[in-house]
Design a protein around this ligand. Structure first.
Ligand SMILES: Nc1nc2c(ncn2[C@@H]2O[C@H](COP(=O)(O)OP(=O)(O)OP(=O)(O)O)[C@@H](O)[C@H]2O)c(=O)[nH]1
Ligand SMILES: [Mg+2]
Length: 444
């Protein structure tokens, strides 16, 4: 249903600048723009105008652009007023357009209208926010690929495959009395398997996109004095954390953001793990475990000179399902021979030895995002929906192999299709939309 009210917002960031833009969208946009400029406005023209207040005295002058529905970002009538970029002046303009019948837009409301009017799908709307917020060139490139629809297209292709399968099975069910056993058709199993393979490839790509968006969380853990803070400082390139030879130096979690091979990383240094009665240290250790449990990867630092001790082993045993790597620190102190056989990696923050291998270990199978032109931006909710869709397809294939119960297979395919539609927004709830668009900034 088209919106009946007209929204307005300052679309440029707060502060002073050469140009400031007030944006209007909705059925009254043209009317308000014409009253503000006391002139008629034509679509697709750049028009120089005065902007007047309610006593007909000019507030400012500048450019006015009018986009006629549906040929605008939101799909509605849109007017953009480009004035000078002063906060007081823009407030006066905003106040004036509200007097003339607009209301202040909520965060993300322009993009939400673009989505509701079918101009963009949900992944594209999210890509706009991600493009604006992108913290690296690789992230910006991935976001523009999503905005261009690269991600949505792949979701649609997969969904079409699933719809075709479902239609086939439902037709088979309708013709059941005619004793044509469509479901015994071997190719059905192959088609299901193909869809699962396609989905898994898409899931892997989406997971890369999520990492690029949110960053990989790497936690440095280990016993006191293992060299965690030294490693943080080495990676950050400056003395972010205090380093001393006294065990138990770090208490608070020290967070740094860096980028390796175009992949944004959150590196969190934590308190050395040991039994302690000191309440401050105990709290530090509790926080350390909290970080460890949320990590994508944990680097467990072990002092090379000391080797793997029962204390280290106790920490490793507690990691259970968490993805971790053993990193032997201070290897510059090792004289010649005995490097522990179980060591995955030796590093030294004094000489830089092993650091290239450490980077390779952290970034693992993630490709170099600066070079990779296939990565698109994705969010955790997309990855979650793809995982749920995969479960449904796996379940459908299991039923096909075990019992060929057509109704059940069709039902699982329907659910898989629904999960995919959640990603692009063909199937969405008000709560989900509220959650997504409220995180946008006003004017977007
Ligand atoms: N030779 C050498 N010494 C190192 C290296 N890394 C750390 N150290 C020394 O080891 C000691 C402890 O280093 P930290 O980085 O503070 O260790 P930590 O794991 O953060 O210790 P806590 O915060 O107490 O848990 C310091 O004296 C460092 O200078 C290294 O690669 N080579
Ligand atoms: Mg430390």
């Amino acid at each position: 249903m088209p919106a009946t009210d007209t929204i307005a917002a300052i679309a440029t960031p707060p502060g002073v600048g050469g140009i400031g833009i007030v944006r209007l969208s909705g059925p009254l946009a043209l009317n308000i723009g014409e009253s503000l400029t006391d002139s008629s406005l034509r679509a697709k023209r750049i028009q120089f105008r005065n902007f007047y207040d309610n006593t007909a005295s000019p507030i400012d002058h500048g450019l006015c652009l009018y986009f006629h529905t549906p040929n605008s970002f939101t799909g509605e009538d849109v007017v953009e007023i480009q004035a000078h970029g002063g906060p007081v002046l823009l407030d006066m303009l905003l106040e004036r357009v509200c007097e003339l019948g607009a209301r202040l837009a909520r965060a993300g409301e322009f993009s939400e209208r673009a989505f509701l009017n079918g101009k963009i799908d949900l992944t594209q709307a999210e890509a706009i926010a991600d493009l604006i917020d992108s913290g690296s060139r690789a992230a910006a490139k991935a976001a523009i690929r999503s905005l261009e629809g690269k991600f949505s297209t792949q979701i649609h292709q997969l969904r079409d495959q699933i719809i075709a399968l479902r239609t086939y099975i439902e037709a088979a069910l309708d013709f059941a009395e005619e004793e044509i056993d469509f479901l015994a058709d071997k190719s059905l199993g192959d088609r299901l398997s193909n869809s699962i393979t396609t989905l898994e490839e898409l899931l892997a790509q989406a997971e890369h996109g999520r990492v690029l968006n949110e960053g990989l969380v790497v936690v440095l853990a280990g016993v006191p004095n293992a060299g965690k803070s030294s490693l943080l400082n080495y990676l950050a390139g400056y003395d972010a954390a205090i380093v001393t030879e006294i065990p138990g130096t770090t208490r608070d979690v020290v967070r740094e953001q860096i980028s390796l091979k175009g992949i944004p990383l959150h590196i969190n240094d934590t308190a050395g793990l040991r039994d302690s009665e000191n309440p401050v240290e105990k709290e530090g250790i509790r926080r350390a475990w909290e970080e460890i449990n949320k990590a994508d990867t944990v680097l467990v630092l072990i002092d090379s000179l000391i080797g793997l001790t029962p204390e280290d082993q106790y920490i490793i045993d507690r990691l259970k399902t968490i993805n971790y790597h053993l990193v032997y620190s201070k290897c510059d102190l090792l004289t010649g021979s005995s490097r522990p056989a179980e060591a995955e990696l030796y590093i030294s923050t004094k000489t830089g030895e092993g650091m290239d291998d450490l980077v390779a270990l952290i970034t693992g199978d993630l490709s170099d995002y600066n070079q990779d032109n296939r990565v698109f931006m994705a969010r955790r909710r997309h990855v979650d929906a793809l995982i749920r869709a995969r479960e449904c397809l796996l379940q459908a294939r299991k039923i096909f192999q075990e019992s060929c119960a057509g109704e059940l297979i069709a039902e699982d395919l329907r659910k898989a299709q629904q999960h995919l539609s959640e990603i692009t927004g063909e199937f969405s709830t008000e709560d989900l939309l509220g959650e997504i668009f409220s995180k946008f900034c006003v004017g977007k």
